[in-house]
Ligand binder design. Structure first.
Ligand code: NAI
Length: 336
């Protein structure tokens, strides 16, 4: 959806159309949950999906039976709690929204103890059964769980940093939508780049790089940044104990998975922010970072630098890097 289609050359477009039929096997782990169910529905609608395997420790066969009646091309199968390996057999893309969500008053970091174990165990199974799969981590805290999954793959001797992604797309979706609320622009083709990580002040929206965003200044700008960084809290509070963002997250997860599937199918110029192993701030001890990434058959094809940013954004980035370093170390500590 973020394809720079206008910039695509005629020859690239021809190359794309000849390979657009490439379809991919997708497995959703946590398919019975608040995110998992609508995400499974949206993946069933994606024309690039060949087989859709739905797994959860609770309820996946029911979700699969329901979704499987939708008249699109993919074949849907549900897997019960003891069928994880079967669910991963042949998977090329694995999307993970398994784990517990936040309740009012909790930060994403409060989820760490439960979700770190869930993610470690699921990543171990992926590394064993489908080691070449692209792993898309939605479960929070993303900033710590991507390092954990990376170490699990490393220990299993199958680590390819180009294939493990933290899904930070909801931050892009929110920044783009919230900016539109302020400026009145159509958000459809004007995505805001969001870099850093996925929690609180590690989220850095780059409004200065948006033709609409750069006009927003002063108090309005400050409020807008705060809303993007803490937008998840609005949903947690409004749901009053019933969980966190599920529908907008399912949309964002399907948007990111869809972008990767288009890249895998050979489309060029599919570029969107995602949290990956990154060289950009390695000199400051930050091994993982979200920035614009070009997606393709090998996963991460190219990591784009952050580019020119405003003085305010420089300050936000400094804070983000400090937080990220701590979150990443916490993940590593757990897995050592
Ligand atoms: P939920 O509780 O509704 O669903 C989670 C599902 O995971 C449940 O069906 C549960 O049975 C399943 N599950 C738990 N352990 C499992 C395991 N070992 N194997 C397979 N399935 C397992 O929670 P919800 O609202 O769907 O949220 C899921 C996660 O997504 C949470 O960690 C939440 O913080 C995160 N999230 C991430 C966002 C992002 O932007 N990356 C945005 C919103 C939520």
């Amino acid at each position: 959806m973020y394809a720079r289609s206008a910039a695509r050359t005629v020859s690239q477009a021809r190359a794309f159309s000849s390979s657009a039929s490439r379809q991919t096997n997708v497995t959703v782990l946590g398919a019975g949950g608040g995110i998992g169910q609508p995400l499974s529905l949206l993946m069933k609608l994606d024309p690039h999906v060949k087989k859709l395997n739905l797994y959860d420790i609770r309820g996946a066969p029911g979700v699969a039976a329901d979704v499987s009646h939708i008249d699109t091309g993919s074949e849907v199968t549900g897997f019960a709690a003891d069928k994880l390996d079967e669910a991963l057999d042949g998977a090329e893309v694995v999307v993970v929204p398994a784990g517990v969500p936040r309740k009012p008053g909790m930060t994403r970091d409060d989820l760490f103890s439960t979700n770190a174990s869930v993610l470690r165990d699921l990543a171990s199974a992926v590394a064993r059964v489908s080691p070449k799969a692209h792993l898309l981590i939605i479960t929070n805290p993303v900033n710590s769980l991507v390092p954990i999954a990376s170490r699990v793959f490393e220990k299993a001797g199958v680590y390819d940093p180009k294939r493990i992604f933290g899904v930070s797309t909801l931050d892009v979706v929110r920044a783009t939508r919230f900016l539109a609320s302020v400026t009145g622009n159509d958000p459809k083709n004007t995505p805001v780049t969001v870099v850093g990580g996925h929690s609180g002040d590690t989220i850095v929206p780059l409004f200065s790089q948006s033709s609409y965003g750069k006009a927003v200044t002063g108090e309005v700008y400050k409020k807008l940044v705060h809303r993007v960084q803490f937008g998840g809290d609005e949903v947690v509070q409004a749901k009053a104990g019933a969980g966190s963002a599920t529908l907008s997250m399912a949309f964002a997860g399907a948007k990111f998975a869809g972008a990767l599937l288009r890249g895998i199918a050979g489309e060029k110029g599919v570029i969107t922010p995602t949290f990956v192993r990154s060289p950009l701030y390695l000199d400051q001890g930050v091994e993982y970072f979200a920035s614009n990434v070009e997606l393709g058959p090998n996963g991460v094809e190219k990591i784009h630098p952050v580019g020119p940013i405003s003085a305010e954004e420089e300050e936000l980035l400094k804070v983000a890097l400090t937080g990220l370093k701590q979150n990443i170390e916490k993940g590593y500590k757990f897995i050592e």
